[in-house]
Design a binder for this molecule. Structure first.
Ligand code: SF4
Length: 272
């Protein structure tokens, strides 16, 4: 029933260009905020306000400002890159945003040699493995990806030795290190379509891997069976109620929105 289906980068672009009066965002809170940041004249609705995110909750703007001050006394050139899975206030306190698909590109494109990467420690570790710059990780993670252990992957590999293992960079390093490829959700779709292999183990949140079934129906995808309780709070009934009753509207103080928009637009510029 959606007009757009995509990962966070694709949805941010779709929200920025949306011409409808109202955008109903069937995702979690920070995603709906991103739509409001990029398209403030539209009414943005989130069907269920309980749809939060443990990763976004692991960084506050106040804690980020304190850490920036501390690190800039040692590294004056420090730049702050925030993953889109953050609140608008944290985005506003950063130099540029990124998604899992473009995190390495954003870090490489910034003029600074020292990067504070907020809030996912696992994605920060992945970026560090791909760049010569110094990446300082925030102490946060996504509870869905962080719980996945290498033993689970090895067990499935023994049962299905021919599957290609595709791992999201929000997973721990010991899981990433046994992957055939470390990819964002959109990257997984492109990889599976281009690959000669026909069977894949998709190591990320199960709802994200469902998208791959729709995009490449000729291939077979095995799921990691890890569900995000927050994403699953957005139901068909809650979406109907949101459309019928105009609830729940996302609003942001204008200075915060403007600061977050600057960081998001910097991401678009750096990756254009
Ligand atoms: S899977 Fe859930 S907890 Fe993890 S980053 Fe996404 S919304 Fe947040």
């Amino acid at each position: 029933m959606a007009d757009f289906v995509g990962d966070s980068l694709e949805l941010a672009r779709a929200a920025a260009g949306a011409t409808a009066d109202t955008i109903v965002f069937c995702g979690v809170h920070f995603m709906a905020e991103t739509a409001k940041i990029l398209n403030p004249s539209r009414r943005v609705l989130l069907p269920d306000l309980r749809a939060g995110c443990t990763l976004a909750d692991s960084a506050s703007a106040e804690a980020l400002e304190a850490r920036k001050r501390e690190l800039r006394s040692v590294y004056p050139d420090l730049a702050v890159v925030t993953y889109v899975n953050t609140t608008a206030a944290v985005k506003a306190a950063s130099d540029a945003c990124c998604t899992s698909a473009n995190a390495v590109k954003v870090v490489e494109a910034l003029p600074s040699e020292h990067i504070l990467f907020v809030p996912d420690e696992n994605l920060a570790g992945y970026v560090q493995s791909q760049t010569k710059k110094t990446v300082i990780a925030w102490d946060g993670n996504c509870y869905v990806h962080h719980q996945i252990r290498p033993e689970e992957i090895e067990r499935i590999r023994r049962a299905l030795p021919h599957v290609k293992v595709l791992v999201h960079p929000e997973c721990r390093e010991d899981v990433r290190s046994i992957a055939d490829a470390v990819l964002s959700t959109s990257g997984m779709g492109r990889y599976a379509k281009a690959s000669e292999s026909t069977e894949f183990l998709v190591v990320t949140e199960c709802g994200l891997s469902d998208r791959l079934f729709l995009e490449a129906p000729e291939k077979r995808f095995y799921k990691a069976c890890k569900l995000c309780q927050f994403m699953k709070m957005i139901t068909l009934e809650a979406t109907r109620d949101a459309l019928r009753d105009g609830q729940y509207e996302i609003t942001l103080p204008e200075p915060v929105r403007l600061g977050a928009e600057r960081a998001l637009r910097r991401m678009f510029e750096l990756t254009a």
